[in-house]
Design a protein around this ligand. Structure first.
Ligand code: NAG
Ligand code: NAG
Ligand code: NAG
Ligand code: NAG
Ligand code: NAG
Length: 530
């Protein structure tokens, strides 16, 4: 759910009609039925195929990109887009541990030991606090938790495991300069070379400000030094007690706060990029430590209830589907994104933790509805941004445009039309299917995840690894984007693996008992408190 990049206005602007041939197909009956809960069952053959995709991805990265940040899987080259500390190594670590890839883990730990997190090789290299936190800091902390816990037999040299925590502290100390602002709301960008300093933006968004609390709290709890949690708590306090531009709906705040004083500067938002993981972490903090984070839970409940009441929208051509609208003040816009498809899993999590069937049911509806995009799109994979017509808004409302002529037939059967057709190996739809499967044990969700994986394998596989796609509205994906983002290994392949894997300590426990791990927004599992 990382993304600060896709904000509401970009979602609205991404409305260029795609003139594409549309293939029929797909099951249009998504009516949610109540079923008896059955225990999840592994499928070893499928788990192994996902593991093989992880091995191919890692081996392709090692051959053509290690120790750089990101593989270019079409040209077999690389880029350094995340401080050149080898983001793919650190982001893939927790998945390699869970898949018990001992040799991969050894290479990763060696690389991490050699990294200097106090500087960048390049002068004036801009570092995103948010991305560095969710991928690097969380990757280090999760590796530490897993290798001190259920996977301790994977690494003999305990100094290498301890080093993960030491490096996490060094990295957080480097990033701490971001919080050196009048309000304590962090700057989104920092620089370490030639000297540590932050950028000078006037605002930051709630995803970037509100997606630190889990990692920085875990770091304080593991290191015994409260300073990290204090920084994140101070930043979060402005989001929990909003001032300035009013909440659009109870608990649903604006997208951006002023760095000068933490006050909201707009009332735009939803569950897509720029805001998404702020809401995600409200309930995950309660999962991490319910004794301490009751207030976060209360804010999540407000937002969840408003979402069900005001943002749930059923397309004119497919009333069986539920998508989440964006908003600007109390005006809603029937537009959503692949990023927002994590919401199904987040509602299921809230439903389990709070014992509330309404959240579980809503989460299952969302998980199935966003998977509809995979069933309907010709490539078998859901698009980056899509829209629909909302029967609750006037048909002639400018917020509620009809589909372009080229997609009228597609909209009639699919319930959405595509406004940005790329697929960048994102996890969120598979993530929600994982949560749905852990809740119900219903094989239907495993089959959906398998369909998603099979389509990605068919369309994204290159010689070296897996590539991103230009246009899922074309059966062949419309050509490759020459990049394999680290979250493909951190998240997408982890959730697809876990839905078929054996029971283990990291699996979420949604049918009684208590989950031992909470997944950060990049799918790095942290041991819960207590
Ligand atoms: C890391 O980089 C800093 C800044 O260039 C330097 O002072 C320090 O010695 C380096 N640390 C290691 C372990 O190489
Ligand atoms: C931000 O402003 C401060 C104070 O003027 C300055 O020291 C710092 O270099 C600026 N940061 C950048 C990245 O320009
Ligand atoms: C907070 O800062 C913003 C931007 O700097 C400013 O527009 C706003 O008036 C300030 N609000 C308060 C309450 O000081
Ligand atoms: C939206 O807010 C405006 C201004 O406060 C108010 O007049 C209007 O009734 C609200 N509309 C809805 C649907 O709540
Ligand atoms: C929109 O349609 C309604 C009836 O459906 C009509 O009353 C209204 O005038 C229309 N508004 C515009 C701006 O065309």
């Amino acid at each position: 759910m990382r993304s600060s990049l896709v904000v509401l206005l970009e979602l609205l602007a991404a409305s260029s009609a795609l003139a594409v041939p549309l293939s029929a197909g797909g099951d249009t009956n998504i009516v949610t039925r109540k079923r008896d809960v059955t225990a999840p069952k592994p499928n070893h053959a499928r788990a192994n195929e996902v593991k093989q995709a992880f091995e191919q991805s890692w081996n392709g990265y090692v051959e053509y990109a290690f120790p750089h940040d990101t593989l270019h899987p079409v040209s077999n080259s690389y880029e350094d887009d995340r401080a050149a500390w080898g983001v793919t190594v650190v982001d893939a670590l927790s998945t390699a541990i869970i898949m018990e890839k001992e040799h991969f883990v050894a290479k990763m730990l060696d690389h991490i030991a050699q990294t200097n997190y106090t500087t960048t090789a390049k002068e004036n290299d801009a570092i995103s606090l948010f991305e560095t936190n969710i991928r690097y800091l969380a990757g280090l902390l999760s590796g530490y938790d897993l290798l001190n816990g259920p996977f301790s037999e994977l690494v003999e040299d305990k100094a290498k495991v301890q080093n993960l925590l030491d490096q996490a502290k060094t990295l957080a100390d480097s990033l701490s300069v971001a919080f050196n602002t009048p309000s304590g709301v962090p700057q989104p960008t920092v620089y370490l070379n030639p000297s540590p300093r932050h950028g000078n933006a006037s605002s930051n968004n709630i995803a970037e400000v509100g997606t630190l609390i889990l990692e920085w709290t875990r770091l304080s709890d593991l290191s015994g030094d409260p300073k990290y949690a204090r920084l994140a708590e101070k930043a979060e306090s402005y989001l929990l007690h909003p001032t300035g531009s009013p909440e659009a709906f109870p608990g649903m705040v604006g997208a951006d706060v002023a760095i000068a004083n933490g006050s909201f500067i707009n009332s735009d938002g939803g569950w897509s990029g720029g805001t998404d993981s702020f809401y995600e972490y409200l309930i995950k903090m309660y999962q991490y430590d319910p004794a301490k984070y009751g207030e976060y839970k209360d804010r999540w409940v407000l937002a969840a209830d408003s979402t069900i009441k005001y943002l749930a929208s059923h397309p004119t051509t497919r009333k069986d589907l539920t998508y989440l609208s964006q908003y600007s003040g109390n005006k809603t816009f029937p537009v959503s994104s692949h990023l927002a498809s994590f919401a199904g899993g987040n509602f299921i999590l809230g439903g389990v933790l709070l014992g509330e069937d309404k959240y579980k049911q809503f989460g299952l509806d969302l998980a199935k509805s966003y998977f509809n995009n995979y069933q309907q799109a010709p490539a078998g994979i859901g698009p980056e941004v899509f829209a629909w017509v909302d029967p609750a808004l006037p048909a002639n409302d400018t917020n509620n445009p009809p589909p372009p002529d080229s997609q009228k037939d597609f909209y009639a059967k699919s319930g959405f039309y595509t406004t940005a057709g790329s697929y960048i190996l994102r996890p969120e739809t598979s993530e929600s299917l994982y949560y749905a499967y852990r809740l119900t044990g219903d094989r239907e969700y495993q089959n959906m995840a398998w369909a998603a994986f099979s389509a990605i394998k068919k369309v994204c596989k290159t010689g070296a690894a897996f590539a991103q796609l230009n246009d899922v509205m074309k059966p062949d994906g419309g050509g490759y984007i020459d990049q394999m983002q680290s979250f493909w290994l951190a998240e997408t392949l982890k959730y697809l693996y876990l839905i078929f894997a054996d029971e283990s300590d990291v699996q979420l426990q949604f049918q009684g008992g208590k989950s031992k791990y909470v997944f950060n927004t990049e799918a790095h599992p942290f041991r819960v408190k207590g």
